[in-house]
Design a protein around this ligand. Structure first.
Ligand SMILES: [Zn+2]
Ligand SMILES: [Zn+2]
Length: 428
């Protein structure tokens, strides 16, 4: 029998409307008790005085690169970056090599995770074979093998008829469909957001309308099919407004935002001087879009914060801006960025933060997580909302270093990460 007692915790758990000072006892990987003062003999004690204790954070959107691109990241290194950043669970996108479009790849990912990953790894299966958009993948078989959602992330599903069939099929298996919303919009080969800064930099721009077109289509199809649709990495004001209205109409439409999209804009791309760590899909949008995203986080139109952790090798990013691959790492900076930019600036409360990083992600992907109720799996994130940190990419647990936040000084940091009752990471 293994026992862990977390003392003097400020427990913030919106799943049970709890925001109070308590002790928390973990026994055999489960939450055994939450009470005012728990006495227990011969147990490992973690003093959480001054810290926040929350249900384990869940990242709905990461790229772990294994199988196929282990030089960028492996399931093990990505999961280590996750626990170092305060995440107990990650959901990994299928755009590996081979693509996770069948049950043998799904099983491989789960087996690698079981052997080597300090965090829970929940695979996402492809919508179409090879994510080519032509034929549906083996969604039923992948569901049996353990996928928690389907997505062709990295690419949009261009054909609306294919998306309709995918939604009907996924609904039969009670799986959410996650869409990377990007209409071509006459902007093939784009390098950043379309606007004055793209013009100043001489780079081809992708308008916000490219996202809005697919979000509008997916909401329309969600209504037609009754499927659960989750918009990946939302980035525009109009898309946030459409999701807000879809929710008001009672549709099962949810969305996530990545920290870079609630902090940075195309002006930062300009000021970075062609720094490819500011290049991702969707691109950093206008300052007005960032404002609308902050409002969406504030009023609940946005359901989750997800990193879109996308590791790339140094040599790949060190190219001309328009030729460099999209994406940045994010697992180890998300909690600090959220605390510094959202909580300390009064955009959201601590309770909303935990909802956005744990309770709601669990609900969206139907995961048996996101709560510290007695009897639940003891996945716990412990963080210090006030600890100052300086981001140092060279110390990352990820195999890659591609972040625009290197050197940033932020207030707030993850302190300990407990997965299934075991201390997977601690920094105190
Ligand atoms: Zn994407
Ligand atoms: Zn992605």
């Amino acid at each position: 029998m293994s026992l862990l007692l977390i003392r003097n915790a400020n427990i913030v758990d919106p799943s049970q409307s709890l925001d109070a000072k308590r002790d928390l006892l973990v026994r055999d990987g489960k939450v055994a008790a939450i009470d005012d003062a728990i006495e227990a003999e011969g147990v490992e004690v973690f003093d959480a005085g001054g810290l926040i204790v929350a249900p384990g954070f869940i990242d709905l959107h990461v790229h772990l690169r294994e199988p196929g691109h282990e030089y960028k990241e492996t399931i093990e290194s990505g999961a280590r970056a996750a626990v170092a950043g305060g995440f107990t669970s990650v959901c990994c996108m299928p755009n590996t090599e081979p693509i996770n479009d069948n049950s043998s790849v799904t099983s491989f990912i789960r087996e690698q995770a079981r052997k080597a990953a300090p965090a829970n790894v929940f695979p996402i299966g492809a919508i179409t074979q090879g994510s080519k958009g032509e034929q549906l993948a083996e969604i039923g078989e992948m569901k049996a093998a353990g996928i928690v959602a389907v997505s062709d992330d990295g690419r949009p599903v261009v054909d609306s008829g294919m998306m309709r069939r995918a939604m009907e099929y996924a609904a039969d298996f009670d799986l959410p469909v996650v869409d990377h919303c990007e209409d071509c919009c006459g902007a093939a080969g784009w390098a950043m957001h379309e606007g004055e800064y793209a013009a100043l930099m001489g780079l081809k721009g992708l308008p916000g309308a490219a996202e809005d077109l697919h979000v509008a289509r997916d909401i329309t199809l969600a209504e037609l099919t009754g499927a659960r649709v989750h918009i990946a990495h939302i980035s525009t004001a109009r898309s946030v407004e459409m999701v807000r209205q879809a929710k008001a109409r009672g549709l099962a439409v949810t969305c996530e935002v990545a920290p870079h999209h609630f902090i940075l804009s195309d002006k930062d791309v300009y000021e970075s001087g062609y720094n490819t760590h500011f290049k991702m899909a969707p691109p950093l949008r206008s300052e007005a879009d960032v404002e609308a995203i902050l409002e969406g986080l504030r009023d609940g139109a946005i359901d989750a914060i997800a990193t879109d952790h996308a590791p790339h090798h140094y040599n790949e990013k060190m190219r001309e801006f328009d030729l460099a691959p999209n994406g940045i790492i994010g697992l180890e900076t998300a909690v600090s960025l959220t605390l510094d930019r959202l909580v300390h600036r009064g955009v959201i409360s601590l309770s909303q933060m935990v909802d956005l990083l744990s309770c709601q992600p669990a609900r969206i992907f139907n995961l048996d997580r996101g709560t510290l109720r007695v009897g639940a799996v003891a996945d716990v994130t412990i963080f210090d909302p006030n600890r100052p940190i300086k981001v140092d990419a060279s110390q990352s647990q990820s195999k890659s270093r591609n972040t625009p936040f290197d050197g940033w000084e932020l207030k707030g940091s993850a302190v300990a990460t407990i997965v299934g009752g075991c201390m997977a990471w601690r920094n105190r």
